[in-house]
Write a protein that binds this ligand. Structure first.
Ligand SMILES: N[C@@H](CCC[C@H](N)C(=O)O)C(=O)O
Length: 271
C-alpha cells in the first residue's frame, strides 16, 4: 500500500519550504528521517525547512518546523509569511516559540513575531553572561549580542558582512558548547541608520538565501545598540525585509512570500 501525501512548495526570499497541511486531513508521522529525506536537494523534493500545519488546542492552528538536518525547531520568520499567504486571512497561530499573528498582504505578509528575549538562560547559553555584548569571539568575529526571537540567534556587527567566511565560522559557532541548543549565526553591516545588510548561517540548514528570524534578531540588536532606528530595512542575499521594533514591544516583520508549485510524495519512499 502506498500513501500519497500532498505538499505545497513555497518560499520567502528564496528560503524555501515544503509545506504539509495536516489541519483537516491527518498525515502519516513526520520524523527527523523523513524531514531530512524530503529536504535533500539531490534525492528528495529539496528545501531549507519542512513546515507542518496541524490542529491546535490554543490557536487557529499550529505550525511545526523541521530544519533540513531533520531537527525540529521553534520558529521560522520566512515560513510564517508563507503560511500567512497560504491561509489567506489574519490569524494567530501556535508555534514552538509562542503564538504569532499573521496578516497576509499582496505578495507577502506582515507578522507579529512576539517579544524578543535577552536573558542568558532564555537564549539559551550554557552559563550566565551579558548577552548585550558577549565577552567571546571566534577569529575575526567578537562581542556578539544574543537574542531569542522564538529561536536562538547571535549577531555580529562587522565592517563588511560579505567578507566574513561564514561557511567555515558559521558551523564552529553553531556547534560551540556555549550554545546548548545550538544557534543561528548572523553577520551584519550597517548601510545607514535604517538599513542593514545581513548574511545568516542557519542552525540545522547552513547558509540560506534569507532568514526572517535572523532579520528580526539583527534589527532588534542594532536598535538596542543604538546603531539603527525602527523601522529597519534588512537586505539579505534573497531580498529585503522591513522590521519594526520599539523597546519592550513585539517585533513586526513585513516582506514577500510566494507559492512555487504543488505536488505529492509517497510517504513510504521517504520513511
Ligand atoms: N529560515 C528561518 C529559520 C529556520 C529555523 C532556524 N534554522 C533554527 O534552527 O532556529 C527563518 O526564516 O526564520
Amino acid at each position: 500500500m502506498t500513501l500519497p501525501v500532498p505538499f505545497i512548495k513555497m518560499h520567502g526570499l528564496g528560503n524555501d519550504f515544503v509545506v504539509i497541511d495536516a489541519r483537516t486531513a491527518p498525515v502519516p508521522p513526520i520524523t527527523a528521517k523523513l524531514a531530512r529525506a524530503l529536504a535533500d536537494r539531490h534525492t528528495g523534493i529539496g528545501c531549507d525547512q519542512l513546515v507542518l500545519l496541524e490542529p491546535s488546542e490554543t490557536c487557529a492552528f499550529r505550525m511545526r518546523i523541521f530544519n533540513s538536518d531533520g531537527g525540529e525547531v521553534e520558529a521560522c520568520g520566512n515560513a510564517s509569511r508563507a503560511v500567512a499567504l497560504l491561509h489567506g486571512e489574519p490569524v494567530t497561530i501556535e508555534t514552538g516559540g509562542g503564538p504569532i499573528a499573521l496578516e497576509p498582504e499582496t505578495g507577502g505578509a506582515r507578522v507579529d513575531m512576539g517579544k524578543p528575549r535577552f536573558e542568558w538562560d532564555a537564549i539559551p547559553l550554557a552559563y550566565a553572561m551579558d548577552t548585550f555584548s558577549m565577552p567571546v569571539g571566534w577569529d575575526s568575529l567578537d562581542a556578539p549580542m544574543a537574542v531569542n526571537v522564538g529561536n536562538p540567534h547571535v549577531i555580529f556587527f562587522v565592517e563588511d558582512a560579505a567578507a566574513v567566511p561564514l561557511e567555515t565560522l558559521g558551523p564552529d559557532i553553531e556547534h560551540d558548547p556555549l550554545f546548548p541548543e545550538r544557534v543561528n549565526v548572523n553577520v551584519a553591516s550597517l548601510a545607514g541608520r535604517d538599513h542593514l545588510v545581513l548574511r545568516v548561517w542557519e542552525r540545522g540548514a547552513g547558509l540560506t538565501r534569507a532568514c526572517g528570524t535572523g532579520a528580526c534578531a539583527t534589527a532588534v540588536a542594532a536598535i538596542r545598540r543604538g546603531l539603527a532606528k525602527s523601522p529597519v530595512r534588512v537586505s539579505l542575499p534573497g531580498g529585503d525585509l522591513i522590521i519594526a521594533w520599539e523597546p519592550h514591544g513585539s517585533i513586526l516583520m513585513s516582506g514577500p512570500a510566494a507559492e512555487s508549485f504543488r505536488g505529492s510524495f509517497v510517504w513510504e519512499d521517504y520513511a
